[in-house]
Write a new protein. Structure first.
Length: 286
């Protein structure tokens, strides 16, 4: 391989050897190279998703495609920190469900292969697998919010798939994943409030890889997703949902100094969504 070809590589296999807790397969995880102008940060979306400008040298790169740790044999997946922590009581269930897990994933993302370098489809599929596999974890690792993160990240990668391959229903799938994320984010907050599941098992709340928006980011996204993808058919249900979203996002303003320390773009999104919710509620006569 020439020095130019080496330089243009965007990913590499980590030195760390992983052992799948479900099937005992060993593998090395693909990681994204950093530096050398590979990632050129663009804008921040309302969903706190960092966009990246294409590099003239490396083209379009998608950091989220490399985040999940996936066993290439049985397709058990999780966030990297939790991969070896699968509860022993659930190892048998993960193994027994492998054919259904692989089959369901291939139905949505045909032709993917985790033995090869990841593309957008493998990236989206990896997040879908994370969403599924946290069902096997105990509440102490905060599985619900991690499922919400995975669902939202899958939607973002599906957005890119739709942009590159329109009219393949990836846009419809992205909406489904956002609706799932809406439920999971709000369910995670509900569980945290009633004491059935902590959020402390998640060290970096993301939701993207570039910045940690912490608990305030969770509150904001729970409200935003409820506003955009929550109940809409029944007026009374919609009103109740928006009122709850408004209370959730209002907690960010009530955090005082914490909010003052947040970057401008984040607080701008918070205010815009809060105003939009208020406007809709006022127009409905609340």
């Amino acid at each position: 391989m020439s020095s130019d070809e080496k330089e243009l590589k965007v990913s590499f296999l980590s030195r760390k050897e992983y052992t799948c807790p479900a099937c005992d397969a060993t593998f090395h995880k693909e990681e994204l190279h950093s530096g050398s102008g590979r990632l050129i940060a663009g804008g921040l979306t309302e969903e706190l998703h960092r966009l990246y400008e294409p590099s003239a040298k490396y083209g379009e790169l998608y950091p989220l495609a490399y985040q999940a740790t996936v066993c290439p044999e049985c397709w058990f997946a999780s966030m990297d920190a939790d991969f070896s922590g699968l509860p022993s009581k659930n190892v048998g269930a993960v193994w027994n469900h492998r054919e259904q897990r692989v089959g369901d994933t291939e139905l949505i993302f045909p032709g993917i292969d985790f033995h090869k370098s990841r593309g957008l489809a493998e990236g989206a599929a990896s997040q879908y697998l994370v969403l599924r596999c946290y069902e096997y974890y105990d509440t102490d690792v905060s599985p619900t919010i991690k499922q919400g993160l995975a669902s939202l990240r899958a939607a973002w990668l599906l957005d890119e798939m739709d942009r590159k391959n329109p009219n393949q229903h990836y846009d419809w799938l992205a909406i489904l994943f956002r609706r799932k994320a809406q439920f999971l984010y709000n369910e995670a907050i509900r569980r945290e409030q009633n004491g059935t599941e902590t959020l402390s098992g998640l060290n970096n709340f993301g939701p993207d890889t570039d910045k940690n928006y912490a608990y305030e980011g969770v509150l904001y996204l729970a409200a935003y997703l409820r506003y955009k993808y929550g109940p809409s058919g029944d007026p009374e249900q919609r009103k109740f949902s928006l009122e709850d979203a408004r209370r959730t996002i209002a907690r960010i303003f009530g955090m005082g100094k914490l909010s003052k320390g947040k970057p401008g773009p984040f607080m701008d999104h918070v205010r815009q969504v809060y105003d939009a919710i208020n406007k809709e509620l006022n127009e409905s006569g609340v």
